[in-house]
Design a protein around this ligand. Structure first.
Ligand code: HEM
Length: 143
């Protein structure tokens, strides 16, 4: 019988869980100060913070999430909340790269509006991904 791993019953799972949650905070937390920085006209500052801190945190988030799925033998394709979150994570990655990153080198009006769109998309990803990860609609499927 397959047991669901939890941070309480498996050390490696707990370590990955810790890294996963810490990186989720680092990947999404700074977004809440972006509107303030933007109002202050610091478009370039936002883009730098994003690419040096938030973007790497998004990568670590994925690595730890995949690690948990691997250690817990959770099927990536057969577990709807995991499959959907991987797609959402990809959306956040694409928005970071194509909408937020350009403001690093071109802090003009078009980069500014792309930046707002990128931040908006990433906010939505956060809320939906958090819902999926916590409510786990569809339940688990194991390898
Ligand atoms: C995109 C943003 C993401 C956020 C905000 C997020 C957040 C969370 C949270 C809060 C939990 C804890 C849920 C619980 O204890 O019940 C969790 C668990 C988990 N996450 Fe994520 N996550 C994200 C992306 C990912 C990605 C890309 C993967 C890739 C596989 C992933 C895989 C997992 C797995 C396997 C668990 C453990 C589920 C369990 O058994 O409790 N997550 N995540």
């Amino acid at each position: 019988m397959l047991a669901i791993l939890t941070p309480e019953n498996n050390d490696l799972y707990r370590d990955l869980y810790f890294v996963h949650l810490l990186s989720a905070i680092c990947a999404f937390g700074p977004l809440f100060v972006y509107p303030r920085l933007q109002r202050a006209g610091d478009t370039e500052g936002i883009a730098k913070l994003h690419m040096r801190f938030v973007f790497p945190a998004l990568i670590v988030l994925w690595v730890a999430g995949m690690g948990m799925a691997g250690v817990g033998k959770i099927s990536l394709a057969g577990t709807p909340f995991v499959t959907a979150t991987i797609v959402l994570w990809l959306v956040a990655l694409v928005a970071s790269w194509f909408l937020i990153r350009p403001a690093l080198s071109h802090p003009d009006e078009s980069a500014k509006s792309k930046l707002s769109m990128g931040v908006g998309i990433t906010h939505v990803v956060l809320v939906v991904a958090l819902y999926l990860m916590i409510f786990k609609p569809g339940g688990y499927s194991f390898n």
